[in-house]
Design a protein around this ligand. Structure first.
Ligand SMILES: [Zn+2]
Length: 478
């Protein structure tokens, strides 16, 4: 694995240590991990009888057990009845280090999705240069390895660090509905973290340490329109019976302007100035590459050509995706029947500071109120999740992040809001308002965590682990 340019000999030894650990032990175990189709409970309701979740968590726990050179660590698969197991690795403070550090990741996976390139598949790892392809490697299987490797590298060089608790959950991709139960059950063990390191976020590029300063919330739900109790000949009924699809379009237009993409006023917030400044810095550095990173169909263009405005929209505006359509056959199987009903799964992303439950109630009322032709219209809200906005970063942490990025990547770190959602951060931020956060990850350009061809960029994962070690070691209790 290529090493980044560095001027410090101690940095070289950290990189060398990590490089050996990744090559000899982590990559082969990650390959085994990719082979397990441990889809998150929402995508595999039979997960208990399938046994993949337990197989995956056992694999990770066994690797943690087997990794030597970490004084006093304890590894436990903690399981509340009927809930996805949580992996806990508790490492006591080392060499006089102080502070309480919580490190978060998850091991459940998104479903396969379609469109994997020939030669690649979700459940069979393929190593191609620095890329390890396969489902769940980058999102977020690498996290426990990166975290424990970071700690092992510190201890190998006798560098003091505070107490580290790794908490790796099995329900993140389903909205972390098991996590609050674990947070309650583990409250004493977690204590009050001084620093939370979350390893499940995005990176804008693979050439530096990125930190996430905000995340959007999410409002998923199913919008259904019913007109008939059974399908009818479209010639016999057309003109008398309104189309359920047209009614659906009409009520959706109330929340989303189809021509401009603008969403209802109740989904917008005031954007903080500091968030705008961070995004402007990133836009200037990355230019339009940041818009080109998506696999555009020939001729297709972004919603917004200005990079700054596009990134701002991604981090701080609401957006809407129609992720599933029900009540309709595939076009090649469709005849000429007027269908009785149409339903769509809608996923709204919400600005970081917008309360998701308030938004859910408002949107449901707008969609269901006074439906065209008095047709039954319902919006069944699934679990709404409020986003997250980081507390102000303490000076020691700012310095630690910048020097770690310079040391291991040779470039300054950048921070910005990201468009995704991590429910855990909101839970933790609410419970521990004084905790500092390093929210980072390897989900960079083309890594495609929830789609086909997901890959983990190994060089970035290794350097990220080195950076995490430096930041942990720099923790100053305030
Ligand atoms: Zn994830």
């Amino acid at each position: 694995m290529p090493r980044p340019a560095t001027t410090s000999s101690s940095a070289l030894s950290t990189e060398g240590f990590l490089s050996d650990l990744w090559r000899q032990s982590i990559v082969p175990t990650l390959c085994d991990f990719i082979r397990i189709p441990n889809k998150s409970p929402s995508f595999d309701p039979e997960w208990t009888s399938h046994g993949y979740m337990h197989k995956a968590v056992r694999l990770l726990a066994e690797w943690c057990e087997a990794t030597s050179g970490i004084t006093g660590k304890s590894v436990e698969v903690f399981e509340l009845p009927g809930r996805t197991p949580t992996l806990l690795v508790d490492v006591p403070a080392f060499a006089g280090g102080s502070g309480n550090i919580l490190i978060y990741g998850h091991y459940d996976k998104q479903p396969e999705f379609s469109g994997w390139r020939s030669g690649l598949s979700p459940w069979e790892p393929v190593l191609d240069g620095e890329r390890l392809y396969g489902r769940g490697g980058a999102d977020d299987g690498y996290a426990v390895f990166a975290a424990l490797a970071a700690i092992a590298a510190l201890q190998a060089r006798e560098i003091p660090h505070g107490r580290c608790l790794l908490l790796i959950e099995g329900c993140e991709e389903s909205g972390s509905f098991d996590l609050p139960h674990y947070m309650t059950a583990l409250r004493k063990r977690i204590g009050v973290p001084d620093l939370l390191v979350c390893l499940d976020a995005e990176c804008g590029t693979y050439d530096r340490l990125w930190s996430t300063s905000s995340l959007r919330g999410m409002l998923p739900g199913v919008l259904s329109v019913n007109v008939l109790t059974e399908g009818q000949h479209s010639g016999a009924a057309g003109g008398i019976v309104p189309s359920s699809f047209r009614i659906l379009r009409s009520v959706m237009e109330r929340v989303e302007n189809a021509a401009t993409g603008a969403l209802h006023d109740c989904l917008h917030v005031q954007i903080p100035q500091v968030a705008r400044e961070q995004i402007r810095a990133v836009a200037e550095l990355l230019g339009e590459d940041v818009l080109r990173k998506f696999p555009w169909a020939p001729g297709a263009e972004p919603e917004e050509a200005d990079t700054y405005l596009a990134l701002l929209a991604n981090a701080w505006h609401p957006s809407l995706a129609t992720t599933g359509i029900g009540g309709a056959p595939l076009p090649q199987d469709a005849g000429n029947t007027l269908r009785p009903a149409t339903s769509v799964k809608l996923v709204f992303r919400l600005p970081p500071t917008l309360d998701a439950n308030t938004a859910a109630n408002a949107i449901r009322l707008v969609l269901e109120d006074n439906p065209p032709y008095s047709a039954p219209v319902s919006f069944a809200v699934e679990t709404p999740q409020t986003g997250w906005y980081a507390p102000e970063t303490a000076p020691w942490l700012n310095t630690a992040i910048q020097s770690a990025s310079q040391r291991h990547f040779g470039k300054p770190s950048l921070a910005m809001g990201m468009g995704g959602t991590i429910p855990f951060l909101r839970m933790l931020g609410k419970t521990f308002p004084l905790t500092q956060f390093l929210v980072t990850g390897v989900l960079g350009p083309h890594s495609n965590a929830h789609g086909p061809n997901e890959f983990l960029h190994l060089g970035t994962a290794l350097r990220l682990s080195a950076c995490v070690g430096d930041v942990i070691a720099a923790l100053k209790k305030t």
